[in-house]
Design a protein around this ligand. Structure first.
Ligand code: 13P
Length: 344
């Protein structure tokens, strides 16, 4: 079993490839569609995701896996082909978001802090998702930096839930992506990069302790962390080089080399910043694990805009998506250059 999970994790980390996070919940995808004045119907969600998954060249060359939402893993394309079959035909591994979202953490910080729910019944759901084709999964724990937060209670509870989730995934022969996200956006987010470093270090140390206690086999996991970066509202923004250096530093200090790969979330960074940071980190080199992307917004924002919900814009949407996939594919091997953006 271990070998198989490690094979899947390594396939997800194939050189020049990364993961497309297309697992927006119905309420999140509605927010994305609101930006193009599109009503979020089941058909609209299908058309949009079908457009992405049928970007065959980009999928084949740069997308090793796709994280899906429950609706999408069961959905069929307009011509009746299951969406899962379309991505598999392009060589991409289907994955599934299995958490039930971040809910207020009961207690004195409930207005700020959250705990991710979804452990009840997870064993049965994982069995079903495996049958539907999922070979990896995702669970996102959220850590908010604010005045007096995060609390130890929040860090510990989220790390513990991630570990319980990861153990259940491995039991079901599914690779767990463990995602402890220290937020860079939201109503607080005025911290500087050093505060992000401190909280990310604390979070990752706690997470790996919990994974050890739960006897999770690290060789069959992938980490999906935030980068070490200032909050969006901070007046003190760090340079791209500093983000890359501090992110690599915290990962080296906390993530065991048994972990086959690290696939970042974009977290609210601009498309280009997310690409540049990843490329700079890979250019540093001499890293014990692979470093790639598992972006949602930074891979999709341009595509949603170019598509605009109109069938006649499908090719334009696919071009925009393919461009970002290619740029991030280059970043995954440390070879992105700003001038390639302009050449598009
Ligand atoms: P972003 O890249 O938009 O942060 O999304 C990644 C993700 O999967 C969040 O859970």
């Amino acid at each position: 079993m271990t070998e198989k999970l490690n094979d899947i994790a390594r396939a997800l980390m194939a050189p020049g490839k990364g993961i497309l996070a297309a697992d927006e919940s119905s309420s999140t995808i509605k927010k994305r569609f609101d930006t193009i004045n599109l009503t979020s119907t089941e058909d609209a969600r299908r058309d949009y995701r079908e457009m992405l998954f049928r970007s065959t060249d980009a999928m084949k060359s740069h997308i090793s896996g796709v994280i899906l939402y429950d609706e999408t893993i069961r959905q069929k394309a307009k011509d009746g082909t299951p969406l899962v079959d379309i991505m598999k035909a392009a060589g991409s591994i289907p994955g599934i978001k299995v958490d039930a979202g971040a809910k207020p953490l009961a207690g004195p910080t409930a207005k700020v802090e959250t705990i991710t729910e979804g452990l009840d019944g997870l064993r049965e759901r994982l069995d079903e998702y495996y049958k539907l084709g999922a070979r990896f999964a995702k669970w996102r724990g959220v850590i908010t930096i604010a005045d007096g937060q995060p609390t130890w209670n929040c860090v510990k509870a989220n790390a513990h839930a991630l570990a319980r989730y990861a153990a259940l995934c491995q039991e079901a022969n599914i690779v767990p992506i463990v995602e402890p996200e220290v937020l860079m956006d939201g109503p607080h987010a005025s911290h500087d990069i050093d505060r992000c470093y401190e909280v990310t270090e604390w979070t990752l140390r706690t997470l790996y302790r919990e994974l050890y206690d739960a006897r999770v086999d690290l060789e069959g996991t992938i980490l999906k962390p935030n980068m070490v970066i200032a909050g969006q509202k901070s007046p003190k923004q760090a340079s791209a080089e500093e983000v890359a250096e501090k992110t690599v530093k915290v990962l080296k200090a906390t993530v065991p080399s048994a972990v086959p790969g690290i696939a970042f979330l974009s977290g609210g960074q601009s498309d280009e910043a997310a690409t540049q940071h990843l490329s700079l980190m890979n250019a540093i080199g001499d890293l014990p694990w692979g470093l790639t992307f598992s972006y949602g917004r930074a891979l999709q924002a341009a595509a949603i805009k170019a598509w605009g919900g109109k069938p006649e814009n499908v090719a334009a949407g696919q071009r925009a998506f393919s461009h970002r996939a290619r740029m991030n594919g280059l970043a995954a091997v440390g070879k992105w250059e700003q001038k390639l953006e302009k050449a598009a």
